[in-house]
Design a protein around this ligand. Structure first.
Ligand code: CAA
Length: 262
């Protein structure tokens, strides 16, 4: 499939490789419109269905991961058209259905929907140039792709309120300290770092990676009792996999595991 708003590539040289998606609307700082979100969803689904792909990296440009939803498009809506067309929701939720790990590699602006897209990813790695924020309030709206829900979960109510209500931006250091970002690297090392994290995941057992992501998401999205139950069931289920036999045998025999992803 050919894409107009994203670049798609496969990186790595092992049996299991990394799907790389680069948001590519540079003139609009990767503002997220339907064309881009439809393509992003299609590329994510294709990588998720490809047994040769272990993890996925989403990145943007040096200047912007994404500066938010396309304001030119938003400006054309009224309530009825926003509601009936399921504005933002329709093609923004695809990423939530992806079972393989998705890593956001963020340089420059990650604002509004760009920050929300990063938060929908499983790991956020930031360049030292990254700037995060939810400035929708300056447009007379509020975050519409989960920002008011994911931001407090990620960084706590106090900082989330500060960002959502004042529209101020948070730099990479503050975002890392607050818990939105897991690592900060110099901008010229960003992609290597993200691809390195993906390669580390690619070398692991396939079922356990899927189960780990599913369980952490339960902690993030649901209550403690449900989360513990899901974790326990998946923990038990992994004892039925070849990768569990291999991982434990390798440890006990002091050798490197060769996972079959089965
Ligand atoms: N939508 C549409 N176009 C955008 C855009 C956006 N979100 N962000 C930037 N652009 C365009 C600008 O209009 C400009 O286009 P032209 O060259 O044709 O004029 C181009 O990208 C470059 O932008 P600037 O000239 O503004 O660049 P800058 O370096 O001076 O400023 C910026 C950068 C601070 C990110 C500024 O562009 C900005 O504030 N952008 C808007 C950020 C924003 O409000 N995002 C929230 C959008 S609403 C949303 O996301 C809702 C939701 O929850 C999903």
């Amino acid at each position: 499939m050919s894409y107009e708003n994203i670049l798609v590539d496969v990186r790595g040289d092992g049996a299991v490789r990394t799907g790389l998606i680069t948001l590519n609307r540079p003139k609009a700082l990767n503002a997220l419109n339907d064309g881009l979100m439809d393509e992003l969803g299609a590329a994510l689904k294709a990588f998720d269905a490809d047994a040769g792909i272990g993890a996925i990296v989403i990145t943007g440009s040096e200047k912007a991961f994404a500066a938010g939803a396309d304001i030119g498009v938003l400006a054309q809506h009224d309530f009825v058209s926003a509601y009936t067309s399921d504005l933002i929701t329709r093609n923004w939720e695809t990423i939530r259905t992806i079972r393989k790990p998705v890593i956001a590699a963020v340089a420059g602006f990650a604002l509004g929907g760009g920050c929300e897209l990063a938060m929908m990813c499983d790991i956020v790695i930031a360049a030292d140039t990254a700037k995060f924020g939810q400035p929708e309030i300056k447009l007379g709206i509020i975050p519409g792709a989960g920002g008011t829900q994911r931001l407090p979960r990620a960084i706590g109510k106090a900082k989330a309120m500060d960002l959502v209500l004042t529209a101020r931006m948070m730099d990479a250091v503050e975002a890392e300290r607050a818990g939105l970002v897991s690592r900060i690297v110099p901008a010229d090392k960003l992609l290597d770092e993200a691809l390195g994290a993906a390669a580390a995941i690619n070398a692991l057992g396939g079922p356990s990676v899927l189960a780990a992501k599913e369980c952490v998401n339960r902690a993030y999205e649901g209550g403690l009792n449900d989360g513990i139950l899901v974790e326990r069931r998946l923990f038990h289920a992994l004892f039925g996999t070849a990768d569990q036999k291999e991982g434990m045998d390798a440890f006990l025999n002091k050798r490197k595991p060769a996972f079959k992803r089965a």
